[in-house]
Ligand binder design. Structure first.
Ligand SMILES: Nc1nc2c(ncn2[C@@H]2O[C@H](COP(=O)(O)OP(=O)(O)OP(=O)(O)O)[C@@H](O)[C@H]2O)c(=O)[nH]1
Ligand SMILES: [Mg+2]
Ligand SMILES: [Zn+2]
Length: 301
């Protein structure tokens, strides 16, 4: 679908498109700006060109796959929707998403949803996670789309530009959008109680205009299970973890990988608790994946 001044039109790709020299499963991504060629004999229009992207979020489509999937392009911000439980979102997953946003210059924030469902220990975890990520500089929202808690603040946050909603299936991406924009009428579905996981209710990404703020859009996307990072240079990985990067300036060696080198300021900061263990583990998981295809860790944990 292509949104134009005249409304939403059907578009079909004409020709082979490849941008930024990457192999992707989707040559045209949601959020792309395209050139269409009108024609009278068909209901659809040809997409004849894709304009250069301001930025994009990309992940490895499946474990061990060489192919990449562009989740969305031309974003002003990305929101990762997280639930402590129902379903569980791991810190590895959160950190891989955030690191990718850093790598591709997209400002990222986190929404913790379903606060109405949390038991005492889950509320504790929610507090801990919020403390970790706000401490690093990521804005965190705590909301209950069901009860409406925290939604006003979120509404304000979405007033400008294009915002991506991403996260596991079943965390409530579509429910949050429906609650913010009643006319969106996105399909939602209960997660499986047996597997505590979503069932991929949203199957296509959709760009929804924000009615209370002309020119603003929200992109709803299908849930993703894992987040494989893509082609990070070993030396650069720590640049995508702001607090690790900050400490790494004091490392004895400028090319320190923070794994075994003497005089490593990152490991020192880890010992003193300035860097959180789970963040460092996520850093290592990307580093190891990058170093050896053979030992690549599964990333849907
Ligand atoms: N208790 C509670 N349930 C919620 C909340 N938000 C969403 N849900 C429920 O969670 C289930 C999944 O919500 P969806 O909005 O379909 O989740 P999604 O993230 O869009 O899932 P996919 O489209 O598969 O990626 C639905 O049954 C919602 O009613 C909330 O704040 N509290
Ligand atoms: Mg959905
Ligand atoms: Zn170091």
């Amino acid at each position: 679908m292509v949104r134009t001044a005249e409304g939403v039109l059907q578009g079909r790709l004409k020709g082979n498109f490849k941008q930024d020299n990457i192999r992707t499963t989707n040559p045209v991504a949601i959020g792309d700006h395209v050139v269409i060629e009108s024609q009278s004999e068909h209901e659809y229009h040809w997409i004849v060109d894709i304009l250069p992207r301001k930025n994009y979020i990309i992940r490895r489509a499946t474990n061990l796959s060489k192919q990449a999937q562009i989740i969305a392009a031309n974003l002003d911000r990305a929101l990762l929707i997280v639930t402590v439980n129902y379903p569980i979102t791991s810190t590895t997953f959160i950190d891989r998403f955030l690191a990718t946003c850093e790598a591709y210059n997209v400002k990222a924030s986190i929404i913790f949803n379903k606060t109405d469902r949390y038991r005492a220990e889950e509320v504790d975890e929610l507090r801990q996670l919020t403390k970790i990520y706000t401490g690093i500089g990521y804005q965190c929202f705590q909301v209950s789309a069901k009860k409406g808690d925290g939604m006003e603040q979120l509404k304000d946050f979405l007033r400008q530009g294009v915002t991506l909603f991403s996260g596991h299936s079943g965390v409530g991406k579509s429910t949050i959008i429906n609650s913010l924009i009643p006319g969106a009428a996105l399909r939602t579905r209960a997660i499986s109680e047996v597997h505590n996981a979503g069932v991929h209710t949203t199957t296509h990404s959709e760009m929804i205009p924000v009615p209370y703020s002309p020119g603003a859009y929200i992109i709803d996307t299908p849930g993703i299970r894992g987040f494989g990072t893509l082609d990070f240079e070993k030396e650069n990985i720590c640049h995508y973890f702001p607090e690790i990067f900050e400490s790494s300036r004091e490392c004895r060696f400028h090319n320190c990988t923070h794994t075994h080198e003497p005089g490593c300021a990152v490991r020192k900061a880890l010992d003193s608790g300035k860097i959180v263990q789970s963040r460092f583990q996520s850093y290592l998981s990307i580093l190891r994946e990058d170093q050896s295809e053979k030992y690549r860790l599964p990333y849907q944990d």
